[in-house]
Ligand binder design. Structure first.
Ligand code: 2HA
Ligand code: ZN
Length: 280
């Protein structure tokens, strides 16, 4: 076996440390995956054996057939990613039908992909379709402010999006299409996976009620930045609401004209269905 030296492994390890420092990854909370570029996949082909047995994925993701993914291990702690990436991360290959996977690198000591792996595949497939193949990273964590917010705001995309867009002026730049929302579903379940993939056809971020946040990005750093910005927006909303006696009727609300102007200034097309001042 040759030496495997991929930037994405270092990036995911760094994301683990940074996300843990933010408090988004208590215990084994969170997971992430990255769809390898062709040159990265070639490096794996050259360096890693292809003799591990195929395992059923449990779902079908034909749009990803034959592709390789760097993924966090089930049960891994994000603060440990950097210390032993070959133990807490692995690279897997999907078969041509996108129905089975086999290990190519990592998972030392008998590990396997995150419990949300099947969901990540459905979500990657949705994001590839939504972005013409630009999206490569999926990142999930348990930020307290987002979980708290999910207990207060109606669990539907328009309401969640407007709260986050209006919390700070950066938000609409980070998620111009808005943010999705799913109800309280069993972590790691196919129900959660399917509901998330459905939302991810339209949105680069989805709130999981009383659980956390799922984001997609072109790369791992992009996904981390999206999570970071949305967590900050949720935190600002929660602080402002608490300081406002619990009310979400703020003296200085952000008008929709301001949101539209911010999007315009960057040439972004905001989700018009979520703008319009008549309905809050
Ligand atoms: O991977 O966060 O939702 C651990 C989790 C499951
Ligand atoms: Zn989780």
């Amino acid at each position: 076996m040759g030496r495997l030296d991929l930037t994405c492994i270092g990036e995911l390890a760094a994301l683990g440390e940074a996300g843990f420092a933010q408090g988004w990854h208590e215990r084994n909370g969170g997971n992430a995956s990255y769809r390898l570029r062709a040159d990265e996949a070639q490096a794996v082909e050259a360096a890693c054996p292809a003799d591990a047995p195929w395992q059923p994925l449990g779902v079908q993701a034909p749009g990803l057939g034959g592709q390789l993914f760097l993924v966090t291990a089930a049960g891994c702690y994000f603060q440990d990613l950097a210390a032993a990436p070959e133990r807490s991360l692995g690279i897997v290959e999907l078969d041509a039908a996108g129905a089975a996977y086999r290990q190519r690198w990592g998972f030392a000591g008998g590990g396997r992909p995150t419990s949300e792996f099947a969901g990540h595949m459905l979500i990657h497939e949705a994001r590839v379709a939504a972005t013409g193949g630009a999206a490569r990273a999926i990142y999930h964590g348990h930020p307290a402010s987002v979980v708290a917010l999910s207990k207060l705001v109606p669990l539907e995309p328009r309401a969640v999006t407007r709260v986050l867009w209006q919390a700070m002026t950066e938000s609409i730049m980070v998620v111009p299409e808005g943010v999705g929302a799913v109800g309280c579903l069993v972590p790691g379940s196919l129900d959660l996976a399917r509901a998330s993939a459905e939302q991810m056809r339209a949105f680069a971020a989805v709130l999981w009620a009383s659980h956390g946040l799922l984001v997609s990005g072109d790369g791992l750093l992009d996904a981390f930045g999206r999570m970071h910005a949305l967590v900050k927006a949720a935190d600002i909303y929660m602080r402002a609401r608490a300081a406002n006696g619990g009310s979400d009727s703020f003296p200085n609300a952000v008008p929709d004209e301001a949101l539209r102007a911010i999007a315009d200034s960057l040439g972004l097309a905001p989700n018009e269905a979520f703008l319009g001042s008549s309905v809050r």
